[in-house]
Design a protein around this ligand. Sequence first.
Ligand code: ARG
Length: 569
Amino acid sequence: MNIKNYIKNQITNILKSININKKYNYKIKNNYKYSDYQINGIIIISKKEKIKLNFLFKLIKQKLLKNKIFNKIKIINPGFINIFLNKKYIEKLINKISKKKKFNIKKTKKKKILIDYSSPNIAKEMHIGNLRSTIIGDYLSNILKFLGNKIIKINHIGDWGTQFGILITWIKKYKLEKKIKNIKYISYIYKKAQKYFYKNNKFALKAKKNVVKLQNKKKNIYNLWKKIVKITTKENYKIYKYLNIKLKKKHTIGESYYQKSLTKIVNDLIKKKIAIKNNKSIIIFLKNYIKYPIIIQKKDKGFLYSTTDIAAIKYRYKKFKPNKIIYIIDYRQTEYLKQIFQICKNSNYIPKNFNIIHYKFGLILNKNNKPIKSRKDNYLTIKQIINLIKKKSKNFINYNKKYNKYKINRITKKITIGTIKYIELSKNRKTNYYFNINKVLSLKSNTSLYIQYSYTRIISILRKNNTNTTNSIKYFKYYITSKLEYLISLKILNFKEIIKKSAKKCKSNIICKYLYDISSLFSNLYEKQNISNIKNNKLKKSKLKLIAIISKILRIGLNILGIPILYNI
Ligand code: ARG
């Protein structure tokens, strides 16, 4: 519950009850000096609607007081309403909801939601360009699952297309079959082969011919392809596993899967008069995109990325019967996806009103503020990013001297995962950003380490006082004894709304900010008074319960972000 929004909704309803439906811009401010909240701007409503101010004031006061959460309402001339919250009621609420497994956060309507995310291209090492979709997609599936939905994850890997013709032709040309053992080598020769492909026509022609042979499953070519896919995906799963990304083999349905259905789909689209022949290729013109038709089959009969995406939607809808399909892809594919979605609706592969959404994100920029281009830039692979952050963490942290190597490595890993994910998750999804690993580790500013560390500190305080999160919440009673605790209480009540808002907009940064804020509030609280030294037992328990509640919130929040918690450093 966000009290400000709550008051706003109440006022809107009160105004509606006397037939004022127009939206007025009255303000609700925190006003900790004279009250808890202050409403300002009722005078304007009274003037515009020609209703006596006193009548409005009285009505608002009378109706607001019906809510247990408000204790006192004071009208201050000329035109303010001061609101005092009922602290006892807030305490009661907090004592109640903190006991609930998910803080009373429930979803009423459960949905089956399919999410297409990560989806790297094969024959390449996973790189910085794959980071956003992978991390955002995983967060989104976590939060939607937390809210009670059934999630179907799909990793639409780029395991088909011309790139394999190029690579395989190169491998055959130089008889490199036996050398194909790891992804680094594959990436390396792929780059070389690609350069050559653009320079040499004869090679290009051969590569294209080999694509057709691959499509026809010609044995030696098909087997080579299989090997390349196997080696790449094996590497990718290692990365997912390290980063605690919950994508498994069973979630991979790559582009190649749809090969067998593409001819049928193209024919169907022609039959339905959605696609037309144009100069030997097959294309689709959509009303608002006359200038940018979608090609679904090339002159040489080859199919495209688009054909596969259409086939994928058709398949996914039929096979999984989801209520919603979500794509986590960068904004450059916005117009393309709009067209693909429209084509699938026009051809009745999905219903006209089907909920299919693209959550787009911005690009990661290089030092010159230009998008990192996988082909030209010497971009970082995810493995390199992991190693860089790992090294940085190790140097940054003062580990407990008693810890052995094994334990230190485990902690470092958790910090590394948190740091990499937080770089992404704390940003606004829609904007581009420059990837900077300089300030990502700090115990004083907005970092995942700060949040992880706050959690660790709370756990150790509880431990020192012979209790833990569950027991403190279950057996102790919390009551507000200071302004700061009052603020923390309001923050706690706001958790539910934060989670819902974050999920609705697919904005992880809302949760990051919230977790950071509540961690800072905990720090303030702890700086004021060392809880372990409190003599009054009742007071001590109340404070222990408050920090236990904070730790529970941190654990739920970090879990949703896919960031591991730390019990010790
Ligand atoms: N493999 C593509 C890329 O790396 C992303 C695929 C996204 N998913 C999809 N269904 N098109 O750009």
